[in-house]
Design a protein around this ligand. Structure first.
Ligand code: FAD
Ligand code: MLT
Ligand code: ZN
Length: 477
């Protein structure tokens, strides 16, 4: 613990005894990421309960030159929310700021504090017959602040867009402790720069999100969920087109799941798919205020079987059967973690190139990293594949990354579709983005955080915003 005593006293004065953890086992949950890849050593954990307390902590740390790592639910998959091993970084946990300040069913907005759990916000919206359509398997622990800071994706992006498209207003604390309140609920607001966009997806490197206003949508009265097995990813894409023709813009999710993923789920979570053979599966959800969803989904399945786009399929007959189908998808990440070491790739490619990407990445891995197994699944409707590679002790994570990311680059894709860069992909970002883009990012960082005290080493290699183009990628197993 290396916060000088006078600074510690100042933090204690701001937060009181409930708001500061300085030693012991209570520090542990804040010290290591969900995947347990990046163990760190927090100088202490500050747990403010108000925006004013956040500002006071940030100001105190700024004056003393102490780095801060913002943390929400700590479910991030890129190591962005944990401190390094220096023992010098203060973790700023937002979880005590968990209030829902208002749900407005007419204006269709929700205002929540940063530490509010995503599921709690979703449920609050549902009680008003509205939906907050950000949905991910970690929604029971991820926070609104973390979701905004990560610009989280999830399973509903196809219809509702990433988190960014749902954020109407933000309140942030800048790296020097200045509070900027932009908690407006306006659908239209072109008055000056739309500065909130800088903080959405910046992974806590430019400012601390203390509260957000998010857009809600009417709650659809009818929904349908279907699972189909398909002969190959090409057929999955044609099935997407067929589904769109039949179900239009009511499709909210179109998820690809490989047989390997389902085998892992069966092995580690004991869940079995209700349909038979096939190397690839597609989980489709559609929802609407109008009836006829089930009939439309059955037409899709019938036509897909007739045209050999699907080998087998089931349309859920009840809410609980739909939940069982979704459980297969939602348990993939946890089951993969139980299986052992994996090298994750959260990539996106232009949608029509997804089948060819899967093909070429498989060939490149078989040649460059024999003995690895691919656990591919994800948000096919968005061109976002979680191309996770199960590796053994003999495999080098950096070279596995390089093999997959080079294929992604050939297709003009992205090395992070939704999880972000964190510390996991810092070197990789510098490798695949142009010098001009990295320099622009560094200039933004220096403008807002010239001392490099906010989440140093995340997104950009150097805390003061150097682009890090020459650094090697982190070890990613
Ligand atoms: P944290 O993990 O605590 O932090 C994430 C980043 O945001 C860090 O860089 C942190 O410093 C920063 N941060 C946190 N709070 C703040 C704040 N208030 N102000 C400024 N910066 C802050 N992600 C997806 O996009 N799609 C998925 O489908 C998906 N599925 C997942 C499934 C599982 C099983 C798991 C474990 C994770 C999944 N994730 C997914 C990743 C993760 O849940 C999301 O990135 C989520 O948004 C993180 O929220 P959090 O509150 O846990 O943030
Ligand atoms: C998911 O979609 O389940 C997660 O984002 C993927 C992952 O674990 O790689
Ligand atoms: Zn995902």
């Amino acid at each position: 613990m290396s916060v000088p005593a006078p600074v510690l006293e100042r933090l204690q004065g701001v937060l009181g005894p409930a708001g500061l953890i300085t030693e012991g086992p209570d520090l542990e949950p804040f010290a290591i990421d969900w995947r347990r890849l990046f163990p760190g050593v927090p100088a202490c954990v500050a747990r403010p309960a108000t925006t004013e307390q956040v500002a006071a902590i940030v100001r105190a740390c700024h004056e003393a030159g102490i780095p801060i790592v913002p943390q929400g639910g700590n479910t991030g998959l890129a190591g962005g929310a944990v401190p390094d091993a220096s023992g010098r970084q203060v973790v700023l946990s937002l979880t005590r700021m968990a209030a829902i300040r208002e749900v407005d069913p007419v204006g269709m907005t929700i205002e929540a504090e940063a530490g509010c759990i995503l599921k709690v916000a979703q449920d609050a919206a549902l009680r008003e017959n509205r939906v907050l359509p950000i949905s991910l398997a970690a929604e029971g622990s991820a926070t609104i602040g973390g979701v905004v800071a990560a610009n989280a994706g999830g399973v509903n992006v196809l219809r509702y867009g990433m988190t960014r498209s749902l954020v109407l207003g933000l309140e942030v604390v800048l790296p020097d402790g200045t509070v900027v309140n932009g908690l407006r609920r306006l659908r239209k607001d072109n008055a000056g720069y739309d500065w909130k966009q800088l903080f959405i997806g910046s992974e806590g490197t430019l400012g601390i999100v203390t509260a957000a206003v998010l857009r809600l949508l009417p709650r659809p009265q009818h929904s349908v969920t279907a699972l189909m097995s398909v002969p190959d990813p090409n057929a999955a894409l044609r099935l997407l087109e067929l589904s769109q023709n039949e179900l239009g813009d009511t499709i909210s999710a179109f998820e690809l799941i490989s047989r390997t993923s389902l085998q892992l789920v069966e092995k580690h979570a004991g869940l079995k798919p209700p349909i038979g053979e096939g190397e690839w599966f597609v989980l489709i959800e559609a929802a609407s205020s109008l009836s006829g969803m089930r009939e439309a989904a059955e037409t899709v399945l019938g036509t897909a079987l007739e045209n050999e786009l699907a080998l087998d399929g089931v349309v859920a007959e009840s809410g609980s059967q739909a939940a069982q189908l979704w459980a297969l998808r939602e348990h993939v990440t946890e089951s993969e973690a139980r299986e052992g070491k994996s090298v994750k790739h959260d990539v996106s490619v232009p949608l029509s190139a997804a089948p060819q990407f899967l093909d070429e990445a498989g060939t490149a891995l078989a040649a460059g990293a024999p003995g690895t197994r691919v656990n591919a699944f994800g948000h096919l409707g968005d061109g976002n594949i979680h191309y996770n590679v199960l590796v053994g002790a003999e495999h080098d994570a950096t070279s596995v990354n390089r093999i997959v990311h080079d294929v992604v680059a050939r297709f003009g894709g992205s090395i992070s579709a939704e999880h972000g860069i964190g510390q996991y992909r810092v070197g990789e970002l510098a490798r695949y983005r142009s010098k001009a883009e990295m320099d622009l990012a560094a200039r933004l960082k220096r403008t807002l955080d010239p001392e490099g005290l906010l989440n140093p080493g995340k997104v950009l290699a150097s805390s003061t915003g150097s682009s890090g183009r020459s650094s090697a990628p982190d070890h990613n197993e």
